[in-house]
Design a protein around this ligand. Structure first.
Ligand code: ADP
Ligand code: MG
Length: 671
């Protein structure tokens, strides 16, 4: 027998049971050894005073009455005795296990696992434990037809055959020494049959490390391969000119902005292809950094393009770029443009007389021909797909790519979800910002809130009101928004003009409504969540979110980011009567912090990594034992280590790393 033998070869197992084990993806002895328990029954003893009625737990005590077995009916019996724990006396009964009587001795300490009956101060025993010490019982995921005990039996049989020592070490010795890790077979043994908690923890640490390290080795090796092709542009830009531009800004860059810019510029300078994500909360100053990167491309003699999701955002960016770089030739390109203007823009882009281009999806349409396009930046877009990259290649361009997002993605997730990309994070707000004041009120207090809003309106402020979200029903969302708009129009009659915006409107219509709001033609804007992305109205200082508990934390945070963009103090009011604990927690979290990264972490903890930002589709891997949130420190160390290893071009020839190369090949991750 060997590791790859079918489990039917195990003593006491045949083809029939082997077939059942296939449901758990267990085919071979090796599969069985690596099928770890997902948790352990905690057999640490508890005080009876901590127990809730019906709770299953271990209690310990001294036997104070002799064991007594009562028989009633055919093969049915009850063993009973009493133990004393401190001052408490507890009645213990075991059903149909008369042989346990031999193990109960007066005056002896015992530990019993069972179900607590509060009213009777009694425990129905399920298991008599040998030792009073901590005991741990592995719990495996099972499938129909395979019980816990069948699994344990199979694993025991494999261990009896000595199989665990056949597991080959797959981590290099230098790493085992460096991190003081158990060997692979020691760890496997301790996962199934831990001597104690300490040994189990050591085993767990080793296996988590192995999982996360190989995950990172894969990513980093892939990344290194991409880079070594040196298929990107090496832009020779002028540092002096860039520094002068930075000096000329009306403010100093934050440390995080500088760091991000340096990372981006280093990518652009190198011959490797840039594929970078720039993350930063709304208002953290991403756009400035993007603009400086575009400027760097310009000084190197390349065009650059900034792609945004809406026309109004394109105009916003066009204005700010023109202001920042008055000497450059900047073009705007959107699908809504007049034909003549569009033609002129296209011609200027193609002949290279334009230095920078801002636009919507129109930027990747057939008609657009670039002239030495060196850099493409996308704003507020989750991913710049492989296809879009191909579009540029087909146009004969091979630009560096920078994606900007204001969705704060916890570092933990960014490393995994965007593993193939480099990530720069602006995790610091420019000095002097007034944090948005957030309050949570109940529906009953809405009248008070609206009264206060009247006063804010009198101070020339503007107000957003987000209408409630009805899950999966756009029609009802609309109805809500319309009703809310009517009510508020009546309420603010003579005080303010109330506008309405929703998802059923055409883009031009929405843009017009936003423009009117920006121009202060309207003062209150009732909207569904279509408002979410990117628009800048610095004079709007109040955000009211109706039924706020229906929204997720990241969405609430995005909505709140629509205010706090000017010099005046801004406010966010959450109107909600949450029915669930998690709803209440979300409201509290919003009031406690305005830091998007803190909220994203909180969101991650509350919902688990599987749900956040729809990550299930985004290809975040699931691990057998590691947890990317909890085990983040290990993940980061694994990443650092993997990057260091692949940074040597000849790492695959390095004898130290031979076990890694072998293992990656065996997994088929590598050829
Ligand atoms: P983002 O794109 O991340 O939402 P922006 O780049 O639009 O942020 O910056 C928001 C506002 O803050 C802009 O008015 C910008 O001029 C200003 N700003 C950017 N960086 C700084 C800084 N370091 N100090 C002060 N103000 C800044
Ligand atoms: Mg922006």
């Amino acid at each position: 027998m060997h590791l790859k033998s079918p489990i039917a070869d195990l003593k006491g197992f045949g083809p029939k049971s082997a077939e059942k084990f296939q449901k758990l993806d267990i085919y071979t002895i090796e599969d069985l050894l690596l099928y770890y328990p997902f948790r352990y029954e905690d057999f640490k003893s508890k005080s009876v005073f901590e127990l809730a009625d019906g709770e299953k737990a271990v209690i310990t005590g001294t036997v104070v009455t002799p064991a007594n077995v009562q028989y009633y009916g055919f093969k049915r019996n009850r063993l009973s005795f009493k133990i004393k724990q401190g001052e408490a006396v507890i009645a213990i009964s075991f059903f149909n296990q008369p042989y346990l009587a031999d193990k109960i001795e007066l005056g002896q300490d015992v530990a019993v696992f069972g179900k607590w009956d509060q009213a009777k101060s009694a425990l129905t025993g399920m298991k008599l434990l040998a030792q009073v010490e901590d005991d741990m019982q592995p719990v495996y995921r099972v499938a129909q037809g395979i019980s816990q005990s069948a699994l344990v039996k199979a694993i025991k049989a494999a261990f009896d055959a000595g199989a665990v020592s056949w597991l080959e070490e797959n981590l290099p010795q230098v790493l085992l020494d460096k991190y003081r890790l158990l060997s692979r077979s020691q760890a496997a043994a301790a996962m199934h049959f831990p001597k104690d908690l300490a040994e189990y923890k050591q085993a767990l640490r080793r296996i988590k490390f192995e999982e996360l390290f190989y995950f990172q080795m894969n990513l980093q090796a892939l990344k290194a391969e991409n880079k070594s092709e040196s298929n990107g542009l090496a832009m020779a830009f002028d540092d002096k000119e860039i520094n002068e531009k930075i000096e000329a800004l009306p403010f100093p860059l934050t440390v995080a902005q500088k760091r991000s810019l340096d990372e981006i510029l280093a990518d652009m300078k190198s011959g490797a292809h840039m594929n970078r994500l720039l993350q930063g909360d709304v208002g953290s100053g991403k756009t400035v950094i993007a603009s400086l990167a575009m400027y760097a491309a310009y000084t190197a003699g390349y065009q650059s393009a900034l792609m945004v999701p809406t026309e109004i955002l394109a105009e916003q960016h066009f204005e700010s770029l023109t202001q920042l770089f008055p000497d450059l030739s900047i073009a705007i390109l959107t699908s809504g443009m007049k034909t003549a203007a569009k033609k002129a823009a296209l011609a200027a882009i193609a002949d290279g007389s334009v230095d920078m281009i801002v636009g919507t999806h129109a930027l990747i349409q057939d008609a657009v021909l670039y002239h030495k396009l060196g850099l493409v930046i996308t704003d507020e877009q989750h991913r710049f797909g492989v296809n879009q990259r191909r579009v540029f290649r087909e146009k004969g361009e091979n630009p560096d790519v920078l994606m900007m997002t204001a969705t704060p993605i916890p570092r933990t997730l960014a490393i995994t979800a965007f593993g193939e990309m480099d990530v720069s994070i602006i995790d610091e707000m420019p000095a002097g910002r007034k944090p948005i004041v957030t309050r949570w009120v109940k529906h009953q207090q809405l009248e008070t809130v609206l009264n206060w809003v009247k006063k804010e309106l009198a101070k020339d402020s503007q107000v957003y009101v987000i209408s409630p979200l009805i899950e999966e029903s756009e029609a009802l969302d609309l109805k809500n928004a319309v009703a809310l708009h009517e009510e508020l129009s009546a309420y603010f009659d003579g005080v303010a003009t109330v506008a309405l915006m929703h998802g059923r409107m055409k883009n031009e219509e929405k843009d017009q409504i936003m423009q009117d709001f920006k121009d202060k033609k309207t003062q209150v804007l009732v909207s569904t969540t279509v408002i979410e992305v990117g628009v800048n109205v610095p004079n709007a200082t109040v955000m009211i979110i109706m039924d706020a508990d229906r929204f997720g934390l990241s969405q609430l945070h995005q909505l709140r980011g629509r205010v706090g963009r000017g010099h005046k103090q801004s406010y966010c009011v959450l109107v909600a009567n949450p029915k669930t604990d998690s709803g209440k927690e979300r409201m509290k979290a919003m009031c406690d912090t305005t830091d998007g990264f803190v909220l994203a972490e909180a969101d991650l903890k509350m919902r688990g990594s599987g749900e956040i930002f729809g990550t299930r589709q985004s290809g975040i891997p699931e691990f057998q034992v590691a947890d990317i949130v909890e085990d983040y420190p290990i993940l980061e160390e694994a990443r650092r280590l993997a990057a260091e290893i692949v940074s040597d071009k000849n790492w695959q020839e390095d004898q130290r790393w031979a076990p890694i190369v072998k293992n990656l090949k065996e997994r088929g991750d590598f050829d």
